[in-house]
Design a protein around this ligand. Structure first.
Ligand code: SF4
Ligand code: SF4
Length: 99
């Protein structure tokens, strides 16, 4: 770990007890996409715009545009694969994320 990164991190004395999140509703501020090993890829020709993927995505990382599948929010998608699993026409495939 570089010294620059170490300087930015808080020590245990600065963290809230139990690591609690004190400000509610702040999840959008945390970009969790960097955790991914796999990422979803949509075949738009197969997509029927049923939006089941949007309903099931645990990170609200599927963005709907004008009532149809719009795009994946890659800042928040964790690559869990639930959308691909739930898509009834298998329009979503999980592909390995390149680091
Ligand atoms: S679940 Fe599949 S068919 Fe339905 S909107 Fe999502 S990608 Fe399209
Ligand atoms: S892979 Fe998981 S987090 Fe990403 S869009 Fe699909 S359901 Fe959401």
């Amino acid at each position: 770990m570089s010294n620059k990164i170490a300087e930015k991190k808080k020590g245990w004395r600065e963290l809230p007890i139990g690591g609690m999140i004190l400000e509610a509703g702040n999840s959008a501020e945390y970009n969790t996409g960097a955790w991914r090993t796999f990422l979803p890829h949509i075949n738009r020709k197969e997509c029927k715009n049923c939006l089941l993927c949007w309903i099931y995505c645990p990170d609200s990382a599927i963005i709907v545009k004008e009532g149809k599948f719009g795009h994946f929010d890659m800042k928040h998608c964790k690559g869990c694969g639930i959308c691909a699993h739930e898509c009834p026409v298998k329009a979503i495939a999980m592909v390995e994320a390149k680091k």
